[in-house]
Design a protein around this ligand. Sequence first.
Ligand code: C2E
Ligand code: MG
Ligand code: MG
Length: 826
Amino acid sequence: RRPLHAVGEPMPLRQGQRQATMLKVLNCVAQEHDLRLVALSAVICVLGCFTTVTLLGRAQVDSRRFVPWTFAAATLFGCSIWSLHFVSMLAFMPGLPIVYEIGLTAASIAVPVGGAWAAFQLLRLRAPRPVVVALCGSVLGLAIAGMHYCGVAAMRVPGLLLFDRAAVAASCAWSLAFAILALARSRDLARLGCRLEVAAWLTIGICGLHFTGMSAVTIVPGPIGDVPATVLGGAALALAVGGVSLVILLASLIAVMLEQHLAQRAMQELDRMRLLANLSHEVLILQRDGVVLEVNSAGERLFRQDASDLIGRSVMSLFATGSVPALCRRMTLPALERKPEEVEVQTLAGTNVTVELSCEPLMYRGQPATAMALRDLTDRKRDEARIRHLARHDALTGLPNRYTLQERLEIALETADRDRSGVAVVYLDFDRFKPVNDLFGHAVGDALLVRATRRIQAELGATDMLARIGGDEFVIVLAGVAHPEKAGDTAQRVIEALSKPFLIEGHHIEIGVSAGIALHPVDGDTPDTLLRAADTAMYRVKDEGRGALRFFEPAMDAQLQARRQLEQELGGAIAAGELMLHYQPIVNGASGDVETLEALIRWNHPVRGLVPPNDFIPFSEETGLIGRIGAWVIDTACAAAVRWPQPWRVSVNVSPMQFRLDDVCATVASALERHGLAPGRLVIEITEGVLMADAVKAVAVLNRLRDLGVRIALDDFGTGFSSLSYLQLFRFDKFKIDKSFIRKLGQSDEALTLTRTIVNLGHNLGLQVTAEGVETAEQLAILQALGCDQIQGFLVARPAPVSSFGETDRIRARALFQGPPALLSA
Ligand code: C2E
Ligand code: MG
Ligand code: MG
């Protein structure tokens, strides 16, 4: 028995043989093989390699199941080479019977499976370095070669196997080279093109190795050697190969179906992602290499283009030109440092929209891409602008507020200093605004402010600025004022504009405005000093009767200070017993006999002396002190009246605020009872203001007072709101014609006509008519001629403590009325 030559110990070949290796390969394939089986083996190899690569592709994207995927790939790969090898062996027709030793045949499957598995595992690292790729390729190449030579070693032929060393080396080098090439090119196996390419390199490597390896073998015929008991014959081998090939085919089929299924799932996943992305309010753009891959519907809305038009466009073209440099700079930063930032995109309409851009790298269809999220900042910007505006403007009128006024005034003063020009500050404070608010409610008050603002604005020039700095306080800044008269003119126009009545929600409302003017640089050189000076001048107007304008004068400062202090001291005045009542007689229009004494409050201030009611009653109304003061007046007046001669009545003023806040009826009733004064001797004087707020409630209170037996007079008739409708609500006992009409009697025909009308109206309604503020004999004569029932005024007597109103005064008064009859033409 002659042993076969050991496999793996190649026989030395001659020089000529080496050069002819290539030719031998071709000869080997063409002459020593059944070409049909060779073709079949090639098909198996291609199929196996492609399936292997497909499975590897799966492993690449499904990293969680990397191990099972690569195991399946390695197994399939090993089996593919193996079946290629043995189908080729079946195709090999050396003209000698060949059998195969089972152990080595089995090893020829185990070697490529194990080798490929090891190579694929090593390659797990993403984007491996070339040296790793080379290492893995080498392992794979050796596994392929190992399979081949195991298979050859399993061959048992009658004769001797001779190996051409050079051809063996060449076959191994071939296998290694193509395995490395295949792995190096396997970066993106999700792409079909890539898969086909890698499968092709593997197939070339495997087939090349096989046929080069076969051509390296020469069989020298001889007696059959030592054939082990367990060998595979041709039929058994065919069966085994057929089986394995079938497995490969099946595996390929399953892999393809699986791939299809997974692709479908990936599509579904993609659809779901798209749906979610479309639900998002944020614009989402997927881009790779600066090209748009996907965009959600928020993006379509923002750019006003269909997704199909946006996809494929350059990302940069979506941004405003101004933002491109910032974006380019951003690209150069490491991903972690790319914080969200504000950029502008350009819509199809050509408008720029500010967005907040944030980017996130991700894998999209197996390849790295960038997700860009754009948050439309339009709303936020608008809100911010609104908040900024609110912080600097008055919400009701939209005018600049105190803060903005301060700021702009500062700028105006700086400019004026530079240009040596003047600035005027006009401080406006509405007259009678508070009662409107109190009586008609805040909605009417607000509407009035808005309408008044419009009227003021209409009187201003383009460069003049109007600010609202308090409830009914406004400031006009007039820049570049050369002459103070210009400021005076503007203020006067505003005063006139506001003196016209307003019609709001059916109410005729008359307010007015008091204006104080301060000039830069004479009256002050900072916003604060100027505003204070203008405010002081305005206060002076209030003191002098409202509805006018005053320029600031240095002496006003001290007066304002005094007034402020007075306001503070009022709280303690009642307790300190500083309040007192003066009385002014109201006499019979014909006889001059005293009929009533009107109680008029005075504040006997320890330092300032007698303070008139107009200086503290409005303030007491603002602070609510009017309740206590009013009750004190009613009580004191009733106490005094009890001691007067029986026919004299006492007349008490009740302010609208007092009427609203307090139970006047209860106060009156208890005062009458406490002092035992007959209710018929008390007259309550109210103004129209009492009826304006809640006429129904006011009328109810007035009726209760009337039920007590108290008389009710309508004071200051002809001023204020002067609505005759109030006369229908309640039947007063008397009118008191306001002194503003009486003052003009004898000078103005209009005043005469009005007075006559009021007297006639009163008489027609069956009321008494009193004229107040009668100062001259001429006024008295006219009033007497008109048939006025009662006269009150300095002509008769000034208000004074009742003790000083003695008998001599009464005689003097009566004498007045018994003079020569008045000359009255009408
Ligand atoms: P009124 O009720 O119309 O009172 C008449 C005012 O005219 C008084 O001013 C009186 O001094 C003044 N007067 C009288 N005759 C003449 C005149 O011939 N010429 C001029 N120029 N004025 C004359 P007074 O005392 O300063 O009071 C002003 C206002 O203060 C009163 O107007 C009244 O509305 C209010 N008032 C006075 N006392 C009280 C009070 O106790 N309670 C309330 N709520 N208001 C009061
Ligand atoms: Mg009065
Ligand atoms: Mg009056």
